[in-house]
Write a protein that binds this ligand. Structure first.
Ligand code: FES
Length: 105
């Protein structure tokens, strides 16, 4: 499935992220700036904070409780904030668009 990552400065990265990989891993594997993923995807660092494009919110689903409490440590949290490591790619999410927050740049 394809993911479009939009950096805070507007730079667009369109990449293929294999099924089962997370939005965070997709960014790391493609050296896309703006997502660090310091904890390796265990929902413990909040450096993979992304904004899910509103059109995709229904498909990406709800934050987990753990994710919710981790987001308390992130800056500039909005309604559509998610942790990239908690969104796993699947065919359903083909075309997903996420934006990175300024603070993570
Ligand atoms: Fe650490 Fe997502 S990579 S919370």
């Amino acid at each position: 499935p394809k993911v479009t990552y939009i950096e805070h400065n507007g730079t667009i990265h369109e990449v293929e992220v294999a099924d089962g990989y997370s939005v965070m891993e997709g960014a790391i594997n493609n050296a896309i700036p703006g997502i660090d993923g310091d904890c390796g995807g265990s929902c413990a660092c909040a450096t993979c904070h992304v904004y899910v494009d509103p059109a995709w919110l229904a498909k990406t689903g709800e934050r987990s409780e753990m994710e919710e409490s981790m987001l308390d440590f992130a800056a500039e949290v909005e309604e559509n904030s998610r942790l990239g490591c908690q969104i796993k790619m699947s065919a359903e999410l083909d075309g997903l668009i996420v934006r990175m927050p300024e603070a993570q740049h």
